[in-house]
Structure formats: structure tokens, C-alpha cells
Design a protein around this ligand. Structure first.
Ligand SMILES: [Zn+2]
Length: 228
């Protein structure tokens, strides 16, 4: 969609112009504060600009309301079960550990939580590989098939999954918020699936054998996080 800018008394407004089969010009301010205008094909852009200019006062009011409603910046983040103080600043995007805190640089309107998710995802692989290695060591001399593919991504409804036939293990990137003992629990759970694909009694016999405290770890895993 083409973006346009108009100068108004209150400063420059940027809006997205969308040509639609509508009768009238239509303007809305989205939840993120961006402005979208839908216009019938026949209306000249100059007329659309003028329309936006006339609405500037109303737009300012709506944006102020949205700003008031916006959640305050999070104060703590979760990293391997720890509660880490966050310092959110407008600036170059990224996350930097400094003096026991994480500094999160965000562009205006950007969500610091999303920046933190990206930071954790970047650092997940060595952590998850270590959890898998330690979980594997628990099987001792048992012939456990290798993990051919480790996939790490954010998931909504599960901590991990395993496709035994492909040796593919997927771990939820959000595990980076959890204590390492919980990550190791999920790793052991998925490795057990390499031997038993379902959650039948044989599966739990393996879990009891390789990780006798797996139930406590699972309960710990589902505790609330100490931060975003
Ligand atoms: Zn399972």
C-alpha cells in the first residue's frame, strides 16, 4: 500500500492510502497508532491529503488516547529462570547485557518484549544442545537414535515435539525463559520419544528411569515466568 505524508499544523502525518470500492473517504487510526485511509478510485490524492489534514485534530486525540492506554514498559525479563532487570530505551534496536541488566533499544512503537524474544532465540541453540547432551547422557549405554535435526522456534501450545522416524526434535524458543533443569526435562521427554513415540506406560518407564524427578521438573516448568 502506498504511504503518503501530509503536513498539518500539528506536524507531518504519515498515512497508508488504500484504494477500495467505497463510496466515501474513510480514515481509521489503528491500535499501533498508524493511520489508514480508504478512498474510492476516482478521488485525487490531493483531495485525500486534504481530507487527512482536516482530520488532524481528531487523529491527535485518538493517538493520545492510545498512548494513555499503552502498557508501561516491562521492568523484568525472564532468562533461564532468572529475573533480569530491563532498561528500555528509544534508540538503535537490539538487546545488550550490561551491569546485571538487559538494555533494550527500541524504535518508537516497537514492543520491547519482541526484541527480548529475538535475543533469547538467538542464544537458544547452545543452551538447548547442552540440555540434549546432558539428557542423552542419562540414557547411559542404551542405544538411543541420534537427533538428526534440532528445530528451535516459538510455539504457543507445546514445549517440544519429536518425529522419531526423522530423528527431528523441535524445542520451543520460549523455553529460554525457564530454568535449565526444565529445559533438560523437555529434552529428556523428547529423547524418550525416540524410543517410544506415544505417552503410554513404556514412555513413563523410560522417564522414571532416566529422570526420576521429571514430575517436579514438569510442575516447575509450568510455573509463571519471573518476567516478560
Ligand atoms: Zn511427548
Amino acid at each position: 500500500m502506498p504511504m503518503r505524508q501530509v503536513k498539518t499544523e500539528a506536524g507531518t502525518l504519515t498515512y497508508e492510502l488504500c484504494r477500495k470500492r467505497v463510496k466515501n473517504l474513510n480514515l481509521r487510526v489503528r491500535a499501533d497508532g498508524s493511520i489508514a485511509v480508504s478512498a474510492p478510485a476516482g478521488v485525487a490524492v490531493a483531495a485525500v491529503d486534504e481530507f487527512v489534514r482536516r482530520k488532524a485534530g481528531w487523529i491527535a486525540q485518538v493517538e493520545q488516547k492510545l498512548a494513555d492506554r499503552r502498557l508501561p514498559d516491562p521492568e523484568y525479563g525472564a532468562l533461564l529462570g532468572h529475573r533480569v532487570p530491563l532498561v528500555v530505551e528509544e534508540g538503535p534496536p537490539g538487546v545488550w547485557p550490561r551491569q546485571g541488566a538487559l538494555y533494550i533499544g527500541v524504535e518508537p512503537g516497537q514492543d520491547p518484549g519482541a526484541a527480548l524474544d529475538a535475543f533469547r532465540l538467538q542464544r537458544a541453540e547452545p543452551v538447548f544442545q547442552r540440555a540434549l547432551a546432558l539428557a542423552r547422557a542419562r540414557f547411559g549405554q542404551e542405544p538411543l537414535p541420534p537427533v538428526q535435526v534440532l528445530c528451535i522456534r516459538p510455539m504457543k501450545s507445546r514445549w517440544g515435539s519429536c518425529i522419531p522416524a526423522k530423528g527431528k526434535v523441535t524445542l520451543n524458543a520460549h523455553l529460554m525463559k525457564k530454568p535449565f533443569a526444565c529445559i533438560e526435562y523437555v529434552a529428556a521427554h523428547e529423547l524418550c520419544h525416540l524410543l517410544v513415540p506415544n505417552h503410554g506406560p513404556a514412555f513413563y518407564q523410560w522417564m522414571d528411569r532416566v529422570m526420576p524427578d521429571h514430575r517436579q521438573r514438569k510442575a516447575w516448568l509450568n510455573q509463571p515466568d519471573p518476567g516478560v
